[in-house]
Design a protein around this ligand. Structure first.
Ligand SMILES: [Zn+2]
Length: 212
């Protein structure tokens, strides 16, 4: 899911979800998003980088925001470390090789949201906190994802009565309508000038307002 609430990808699992499933979706993308938020970020990186040893998708620093040096770890723990990702707001001037077209950066970070940053016992994972990035802080609201899940959970009672084929078909249809609704709301808010932080770029894509 994009922070705006649009669902970009979905996978149907027969068994419990694992980083492998998340990686399946990511590796089916033409371009990986530069920043990923997942409740088992470290597991996602280990799995994906082992699976794609030629490209090593999560880098630099194994998808952490900074190198895991004792100094960086200490200042991240104290809440004193700030890592700017300016290209999230303004395209880089010189494109990286194999860059994402929107940011022209080829960096890929795997981070924890504030509700799941306690999931991990690895001290190096304090370099995976959204809060370290001023451009993301306060912007990425994982409640958007939680609200979507609880909305979808209400469909379980009839979805689970269906054959797998109908289940997949209907789920995709429901998600499509959700996406159309989110898009409509963004456009209405823009028209009524109530959305201060979102603007459209020249391709019509919703972007963070710093472009204006
Ligand atoms: Zn979006």
């Amino acid at each position: 899911m994009c922070p705006c609430g649009i669902v970009n990808s979905v996978k149907f699992n027969l068994r419990a979800e694992s980083p492998r499933d998340y990686a399946d979706m990511l590796l089916s993308f033409k371009h990986l998003p530069n920043v990923l938020i997942y409740d088992f970020a470290r597991g996602l990186v280990t799995h994906t980088n082992l699976r794609e040893p030629e490209t090593i998708p999560f880098r630099p620093h194994e998808g952490r925001l900074a190198e895991a040096t004792p100094t960086n770890l200490k200042s991240a723990e104290k809440g004193e470390l700030e890592i700017n990702l300016p290209w999230l707001k303004l395209k880089k001037e010189h494109a990286d090789i194999n860059a994402h077209p929107s940011t022209v950066s080829s960096d890929h970070f795997a981070l924890y949201d504030i509700f799941h940053e306690g999931n991990t016992k690895d001290p190096k994972d304090c370099l995976r906190k959204i809060g370290l990035v001023p451009e993301l802080r306060g912007w990425v609201n994982s409640q958007t994802a939680e609200q979507f899940s609880s909305k979808m959970r209400k469909n379980n009672y009839f979805m689970n009565m269906m054959s797998p084929g109908s289940h997949v078909f209907l789920m995709r249809s429901v998600i499509h309508h959700h996406n159309v609704m989110v898009n409509k709301k963004i456009l209405t808010d823009l028209r009524n000038n109530v959305s201060e932080d979102i603007a459209l770029d020249q391709t019509g894509k919703a972007i963070m307002g710093a472009y204006r």
